[in-house]
Write a protein that binds this ligand. Structure first.
Ligand code: SIN
Length: 275
C-alpha cells in the first residue's frame, strides 16, 4: 500500500490495494491515514454493493441515512443522486455531515456510480489545520465554548431541500434534530484538536443568540475554508473516497447542469465527542 498526500494539509491518495480485500494491518493503516489526513481517495476500485457493505462493517456500525433515497436492495446504502434535469444537488455547500446528531456519524464511504462528463468534484477542508492556523487570541476566545447544531432548516418539510427541485426525493422530513458540541473537539483516536462548527448546521454559540454568535462563527468559517486547508477530489469511474466527519468539512461542486451524477454512500457510526 502506498500513501501519497493530496495537498499539504488535507487528503491522501492510497494505492496498491483493493478495499474489498482490505483486512487486518491494512485496515488499521487505512483508518489511521483517514483519521490523520481527513479523507482518503482510492482509484480503480471494483466494489459491488455487497462488498461496500462488508467493508463498512469492518469499521464498526452503519448509520442508515434518514433523509436520502436508499438503494432498493441494499438499504444500508444511501443514494446521493442528481438527475440530468435537476438543478439542486445534495451537499452543495460546505458542511460536516451529522453534526446535528448527539453522537455524530464518524464518516462516509462514497463510491462513484454515475459521473458527469466533467465537474462534480468534491472539496474537503481539514479542521485540524484550520484550528492550528487560528491566532492565539482566537484560540483563547473559543476555549471551553459549545455550539448548538441542527438540520431542521435544511431537511424539514419547509426546509431548504424541500423547497428545491430535489424535495420529492427526500424522506424523514418530520424529524427534529439538535445537539450541542464543544467548538473545539479532540479527535477520539489521534487526540488532535479540531474546529467543530460548520456553516451549514451550526446555529449559535451556547449562551448567545444567533446574531450575537455570527461574528465569531464567521471568523472561524473564514479560516476553515482557507485554500491552504483544502483538497479536491476529482472523481473517475472506480474512485472511492472515505472521510472522517470530525476532521473535515466537504462541499460537492454543483457545476455539471444537464448531466446526471450518482454516488453510493454508506455512513459509518461515530462516538460521543469531547473537548
Ligand atoms: C455529501 O455527502 O455531502 C455529498 C458528497 C458528494 O456527492 O460528493
Amino acid at each position: 500500500m502506498k500513501l501519497t498526500p493530496m495537498a499539504p494539509e488535507c487528503g491522501v491518495e492510497i494505492s496498491g490495494i483493493q478495499i474489498a480485500d482490505a483486512a487486518g494491518g491494512d485496515m488499521d493503516a487505512i483508518k489511521k491515514a483517514i483519521y490523520t489526513h481527513g479523507v482518503a481517495v482510492f482509484r480503480d476500485q471494483e466494489l459491488t454493493p455487497d462488498q461496500h457493505i462488508a467493508f463498512a462493517k469492518r469499521w464498526g456500525g452503519i448509520d442508515v441515512n434518514q433523509y436520502f433515497p436508499l438503494e432498493e436492495e441494499h438499504p444500508e446504502i444511501a443514494v446521493v443522486r442528481k438527475s440530468a434535469h435537476q438543478e439542486t444537488n445534495i451537499g452543495g455547500a460546505w458542511h460536516t455531515d451529522h453534526s446535528y446528531d448527539q453522537i455524530p456519524a464518524m464518516g462516509s464511504i462514497l463510491v462513484a456510480r454515475v459521473l458527469p462528463p466533467s465537474g462534480g468534484d468534491t472539496l474537503y477542508a481539514h479542521m485540524g489545520a484550520a484550528y492550528d492556523s487560528l491566532s492565539t487570541e482566537l484560540k483563547q476566545d473559543i476555549e471551553g465554548l459549545e455550539a448548538f447544531h441542527t438540520a431542521d432548516h435544511v431537511y424539514k418539510a419547509d426546509g431548504l431541500y424541500a423547497q428545491s427541485d430535489m424535495g420529492s426525493e427526500l424522506r424523514g422530513q418530520d424529524q427534529k434534530t439538535g445537539a450541542v458540541h464543544p467548538i473545539v473537539i479532540r479527535h477520539p483516536h489521534t487526540g488532535r484538536k479540531l474546529l467543530y462548527v460548520n456553516s451549514a448546521f451550526t446555529i449559535n454559540i451556547v449562551g448567545k443568540t444567533r446574531e450575537e454568535s455570527l461574528p465569531l462563527l464567521n471568523r472561524l468559517y473564514d479560516t476553515a475554508v482557507s485554500e491552504d486547508n483544502q483538497a479536491r477530489v476529482q472523481w473517475k469511474p472506480g474512485t472511492i473516497a472515505i472521510w472522517d466527519n470530525r476532521v473535515t468539512w466537504h462541499n460537492a461542486m454543483n457545476d455539471y447542469q444537464g448531466h446526471a451524477r450518482e454516488m453510493h454512500r454508506i455512513t459509518l457510526s461515530g462516538e460521543a465527542l469531547a473537548a
